[in-house]
Design a protein around this ligand. Sequence first.
Ligand code: SAM
Ligand code: SF4
Length: 342
Amino acid sequence: MSGDPLVDSFGRTVRDLRISVTDRCNFRCTYCMPAEGMVWLPRREVLTFEEIHRLAGLFVERLGVDGIRLTGGEPTVRAHLPVLVAKLAGLRVPAGSASPLAGQPVDLALTTNGSTLRSMANELRAAGLARVNISLDTLQRDRFVAMTRRDELDRVLDGIAAAQEAGFSPVKLNAVVQRGVNDDEIVELARFAREQGVEVRFIEFMPLDADGRWLADDVVTQAEIVATIDAVFPLEPMPSRGAAPADRWRYRDGRGTVGVIPSVSQPFCADCDRVRLTAEGQFRTCLFATEETDLRARLRGGASDDDLVAAIRRAVGSKWAGHQINQVNFVRPRRTMSQIGG
Ligand code: SAM
Ligand code: SF4
């Protein structure tokens, strides 16, 4: 049964659902987690695959969502992830909907640190996963160890190759840029992506680090990133991004494209079409939201589909205009990136 699209009070239509499948991770990236002391959710508090599938089904079949991205924590550390992928890949966008995917399977993607893809890529692909984004912030082994607190660069690079061999299309790379940490590698990362035939998307560092050390000065802005690449590999802008978070450029020599996600310097809240579900079933209408809707309590309390749909519509109806990172009244969410699901 198809329903009305999810539209907030600012007229933005929700199309994209990010589902965190675990708060756990095998890395400890400095911009995301503390070195030690993360307290994981007890297993019983994490949504089961059946619960995730039920909620995802409502979003796709009744609320106009046509894209789902699995994230975390590190989604591939959740046991039996391909089983969940297979369940979600079976969801179809209703034939009568306005989506370009009407009548087709939902667009199913994964964001991962890439370290387990050599062993999992084929299975995920066979289960129906369409696309992967892999995080890669540096090509230098020592720096990789400093940034992720794990000596896994070779495994991540091999994971990128495995994703390509498994036939994912597109494979994209995500690189968070921090001033004085890896901003001297922007050109090298762009070069690597060009050579691999993948798109890298540079992400402005956001105040969601567990250690609370974020400073505005640490943010390397979109303008700086683009100028740095353009000086070596000339760029030209591509048409407007619509609701996608990345602005994109193509290389003038025709060898691919590059994206920048300017969350801090040029927030894209006015075009935002995303909502999020945390691993324990809290529904968030913004990465930076300070309020959540407890869908797990409703699920486990026997709520009907209509009750759940109504709760989701209410939450979206009160979605704010946007985060205020650049304003004095900005309030950091209590959760860090890994606890929200980036
Ligand atoms: N573990 C997976 C990964 O690293 O790709 C998925 C979860 S991770 C939280 C999702 C994305 O958020 C990654 O691309 C990561 O680099 C990014 N991220 C984490 N903390 C961030 C921060 N403080 N600012 C900007 N991006 C951040
Ligand atoms: Fe783990 Fe991803 Fe956070 Fe790094 S960014 S600590 S890989 S969840």
